[in-house]
Design a protein. Structure first.
Length: 400
């Protein structure tokens, strides 16, 4: 019988002084996590589906769920962004923006009545406590909005209709902003009143990912097209050079950096992380746990970074003291995987409560299994990716 090893299983606390690796933190949820924001090594927030907002004050050793304003609906928070330990914002896909000025203790709904109705919003970035941008799509048209009063009110910003979506926004000081969309990069020095456009990035079929900019002449943009192992680096506004030495996977969506030399990028579907310490001249691939669907990345110092993704996953990079470490495989089997209908789950111990969630964290099945072996009929589930949670472990399942 072939044994399928279950990733992300933790059997105790391991203290490894000065080790720099990726370890899983205990999020307490299986909901999809979309965004992570840290203002220093200790204070961070995570947002996701099903009204999920998590907070840590000790670098992620412990995460707690916090309650936002009640508005009568379940929200999918696409972005969380903090400019300091007390001031931050949440953006939901339906355009609800919430603000906190007390580190998440209370949240104030912001006035977004001027935004285009029926829009789907996905990106947000602030340059300071007053100035920020959000972007989305409505009726196949790109939407862009800005605030100058700390998010309390928002106004629409005219933007080109020649692009299908905005992949990244970086709000900069002095009313400057940089946007990556399709295969071009857009600059504004007057908060979006007028725009300068870069030449089309090569190859012209490329779709750009997120942008990380310190200023117009010191910025990075990823290539999210599968097979194109490239990152673009600005050196002379508005021109861009390619960076690829050591990149092998392609499809890079997320990017973050704490200075112009130290940058991390990630691939969503394959869970690859690459890092450079010389401004993109050379890249090295990080050793990662398997089956990580990465939705966001935050890199704040040489030994502090976090990624979040589907199934409630939070991984931290840095000293492993106080974290749960991957130690050994446990004898749990899930087969067949992928499956058309039934799966069989077996374990050395009783399975206990089993939950299956979809990619968005919604629970689709819950069973109490007082046995070590069980066959489950999943023929009613739609084709897609799911997560099985049992015995404090998470396993990805593919339903054909």
């Amino acid at each position: 019988m072939k044994k399928l090893l279950l990733p992300f299983l933790f059997l105790g606390i391991t203290t490894i002084t000065n080790a720099q690796t990726w370890v899983q933190q205990t999020s307490g949820t299986v909901s999809q996590l979309n965004s992570v924001s840290f203002v220093d090594a200790n204070n961070g927030f995570v947002s996701g589906a099903n009204n999920t907002v998590l907070k840590t004050t000790n670098g992620g050793t412990a995460w707690s769920s916090i309650t936002t304003a009640t508005i009568g609906t379940t929200l999918n928070f696409k972005e969380v962004y903090f400019v300091n330990p007390t001031t931050g914002w949440l953006l939901s896909d339906i355009g609800v923006v919430l603000k906190t000025s007390d580190a998440g203790a209370t949240w104030l709904p912001c006035n977004t009545s001027s935004l285009t109705p029926m829009s789907t919003w996905s990106k947000m970035h602030f340059s300071d406590v007053n100035n920020g941008f959000i972007s989305g799509v409505a009726n196949f048209s790109v939407q862009l909005a800005k605030t100058i009063d700390g998010g309390l009110t928002w106004t629409n910003v005219p933007f080109t209709t020649s692009v299908s979506s905005i992949a990244g926004i970086q709000a900069l000081a002095n009313n400057s902003v940089m946007i990556s969309a399709d295969n071009k990069i857009y600059y504004s020095t007057n908060a979006g009143t007028t725009w300068t456009t870069s030449s089309a990035i090569t190859p012209t079929s490329s779709l750009l990912g997120e942008v990380k900019a310190f200023d117009f002449s010191s910025a990075f943009v990823t290539n999210r097209t599968n097979g194109n192992s490239l990152v673009y680096k600005s050196s002379l506004y508005p021109f861009w050079n390619t960076s690829s030495n050591g990149l092998t996977n392609g499809g890079y969506q997320n990017i973050d950096a704490f200075d112009a030399n130290n940058v991390m990028i990630s691939n969503f579907s394959s869970g690859f992380i690459h890092k450079t310490t010389d401004g993109g001249l050379n890249w090295s691939q990080e050793t990662m746990p398997t089956t990580v669907f990465i939705n966001d990345l935050k890199y704040i110092s040489p030994n502090k970074a976090w990624i979040v993704g589907s199934g409630g996953i939070i991984l931290a990079y840095g000293s492993t003291v106080g974290f749960k470490e991957i130690s050994r495989e446990k004898n749990i089997e899930v087969y067949p995987n992928p499956t058309n209908s039934n799966i069989t789950i077996s374990s050395e111990n009783k399975l206990g409560t089993l939950k299956i969630t979809n990619m968005y964290g919604a629970e689709v099945l819950s069973l109490d299994l007082n046995e070590t072996n069980s066959t489950i009929d999943l023929s009613d589930l739609k084709s897609g990716i799911y997560f099985i949670q049992t015995n404090n472990s998470v396993k990805k399942l593919i339903k054909k």
